[in-house]
Write a protein that binds this ligand. Structure first.
Ligand code: ATP
Ligand code: MG
Length: 259
C-alpha cells in the first residue's frame, strides 16, 4: 500500500524515463564488456581509435559501437552507415550493421526520441554512465601536456567510479612515405610517460597515417583497408594487450539503481 502511494506520487514523465532506462539497462546487461574510449580533450582521435578498435575486436566476437558524443556524433560516418535507416522495434532501436559486422548506434539517435527532454543535462550523463561504464581506455597525443589531459580523464573516471584499462598514445610519430624518415610531429612518448607517472598501463602507440583520415572520410575503417600497415599492426597489438585485462574486469551492475 505504501509502495503504491509512493509510485502514484511519481510524475508520469519521470516514470516513463525510469521505465525507459530499466529497459535499456536490461538490454545493456547482456553485453559482456563495455569499454569507454575517452580523452581529456577533443581532436586526439577518440572516434578513429574507437572505430578501428571495434573492427579488430569484431574478429573474435560480436562487437557494438555506441557513439556517445551527443554534440558531434561522427561514428556512423566513420563506419560508413550514416545513410542506413535505424529501425525502432519493441525492444528499442535496432543498431545498423557496419564493416566487419560491427553493430553501430549513436546516442544522438536515442536522445532525439520522445525521451529527449528527460535526457538532457545531468540525466544524460547519468544514463551514459549506466550504459557504458565498465572500464575506460584513455586516448592522448604524445606532447608533454598529455600528462594534464590524462589527469583530467582520471578525474572523470574516478568521479563516475570507472576503472581505466590503460592509455593509448595516438598520432605518435610519422614515417614519410617518400623518404622513409620518421618525424615526431607531435613528439613521441608523452602518453607513455604520462601513463607511467600516473600508474596506468600503457597500451601502445598509433603512428600518424594520412590514410586514417581518408578511411574515416570514406566510411571505410583503416584497419580493414590497410591491414599490413604499421598503424593497423599497432591497433591489433593494443587489442592483444586489452584482452587479458578485460577478462579480469567484472561488469558493473547496470540499472536504475546503479550508482
Ligand atoms: N593516427 C592518426 N593518423 C592520422 N590522422 C588521425 C589519426 N588519428 C586521428 N586522426 C585524424 O584526426 C582527426 C581527429 O580525429 P577524431 O575525430 O577521431 O578525434 P576525436 O578525439 O574523436 O575528436 P572530437 O573530440 O572532435 O570528437 C580526424 O580527422 C582523424 O581522421
Ligand atoms: Mg570524436
Amino acid at each position: 500500500m505504501a509502495e503504491e502511494l509512493e509510485t502514484a506520487q511519481i510524475p508520469p514523465h519521470i516514470m516513463a524515463a525510469m521505465r525507459e532506462r530499466m529497459k535499456m539497462a536490461q538490454r545493456m546487461s547482456r553485453i559482456k564488456h563495455k569499454i569507454v574510449v575517452m580523452s581529456g580533450k577533443g581532436g586526439v582521435g577518440k572516434s578513429s581509435v574507437a572505430a578501428n578498435l571495434a573492427c579488430v575486436l569484431a574478429e573474435s566476437g560480436p562487437t557494438g559501437l555506441v557513439d556517445a558524443d551527443v554534440t558531434g556524433p561522427d561514428i556512423a560516418k566513420l563506419m560508413g552507415v550514416e545513410d542506413a535507416q535505424v529501425k525502432a522495434t519493441d525492444t528499442g532501436l535496432e543498431p545498423t550493421t557496419g564493416p566487419a559486422g560491427v553493430r553501430v548506434i549513436s546516442m544522438a539517435q536515442m536522445i532525439d526520441r520522445d525521451t529527449a527532454v528527460v535526457w538532457r543535462g545531468p540525466l544524460k550523463i547519468k544514463a551514459l554512465k549506466q550504459m557504458l561504464s565498465d572500464v575506460a581506455v584513455v586516448v592522448t597525443t604524445p606532447q608533454e601536456v598529455s600528462l594534464l589531459d590524462v589527469r583530467k580523464s582520471i578525474a572523470f573516471a574516478r568521479a563516475v567510479k570507472m576503472d581505466i584499462l590503460g592509455v593509448i598514445e595516438n598520432m605518435s610519430g610519422f614515417v614519410c612515405p617518400h623518404c622513409g624518415k620518421e618525424t615526431a610531429i607531435f613528439k613521441v612518448g608523452g602518453g607513455e610517460a604520462a601513463a607511467e607517472e600516473l600508474g596506468l598501463p600503457f597500451l601502445g602507440r598509433i603512428p600518424l597515417d594520412p590514410r586514417i583520415v581518408i578511411g574515416g572520410d570514406a566510411g571505410k575503417p583503416f584497419v580493414l583497408e590497410h591491414p599490413d600497415s604499421a598503424a593497423a599492426q599497432a591497433f591489433r597489438e593494443i587489442v592483444k594487450k586489452l584482452r587479458p585485462r578485460l577478462k579480469e574486469t567484472k561488469p558493473r551492475p547496470t540499472g536504475p539503481l546503479a550508482k
